[in-house]
Design a protein. Structure first.
Length: 209
């Protein structure tokens, strides 16, 4: 019974220290974000200030959420549930904002730009698939490379267009590309999910005589 009590005490202290470390991380990152607001960045790196602040506060928010989930015995897969919804909401917001800022331009060159972004996306899928097939990758690697090459960070491109280039028109191409690639990638992933992967061929080792 003494050993059982000692083990329980150790686990309680370990759990407390884990929570304390997460709390410390949340406090430090939140304060770091506040400090970054008032730090005079050079003009060349001014655009990175907002990103650093958002990263610091994102770490703080996630840390606090982890503490709440642990203390309330919540689901351990909460990030798998929450992050897709947050991502979808963010995509919808930047689509609405960019489209509103480029209403006239979208009506004039929108169709041509839509065709160009579709061709660019399909070319990326084809390049990733063709190169990985030529290198005789496994089916898992072929699919991973195809998706990786075909997709681009359209959200980051929109942010750079607004924050660095100071141009709403420059954000129009990634807006259309981001909308299309989500449709194309989801369709491709759904298609591949119904096709079984081929078993890997076992490697034959030559034995020297």
């Amino acid at each position: 019974m003494k050993y059982s009590g000692a083990i329980k005490m150790y686990l309680s202290i370990a759990g407390l220290l884990a929570v304390a470390e997460v709390i410390l991380l949340a406090i430090c990152t939140f304060i770091a974000g506040l400090i970054l607001i008032f730090v005079p960045f050079p003009e060349l790196f001014k655009s990175s200030q907002t990103g650093l602040i958002l990263v610091a506060w994102a770490v703080a928010i996630v840390s606090v959420t982890i503490i709440v989930i642990r203390r309330s015995n919540g689901r351990e897969d909460w990030m798998d549930i929450a992050l897709p919804k947050i991502s979808l909401t963010a995509i919808m917001m930047y689509i609405v904002i960019v489209a509103a800022h480029n209403q006239n331009t979208l009506l004039t060159i929108g169709p041509a730009l839509f065709v160009a972004t579709i061709a660019h996306n399909l070319k990326g899928f084809a390049a990733g698939y063709g190169a990985s097939k030529a290198l005789r990758f496994s089916d898992e690697d072929v699919r991973a490379v195809t998706i990786e090459v075909g997709l681009k960070n359209a959200g980051l491109a929109v942010g750079l267009a607004y924050d660095v280039l100071k141009s709403t028109a420059a954000a129009l191409a990634p807006l259309i590309f981001g909308t299309w690639m989500n449709i194309a990638a989801s369709s491709l992933a759904s298609f591949w999910s119904h096709i079984a992967l081929r078993a890997r061929e076992p490697e034959v080792k030559q034995v020297k005589t």
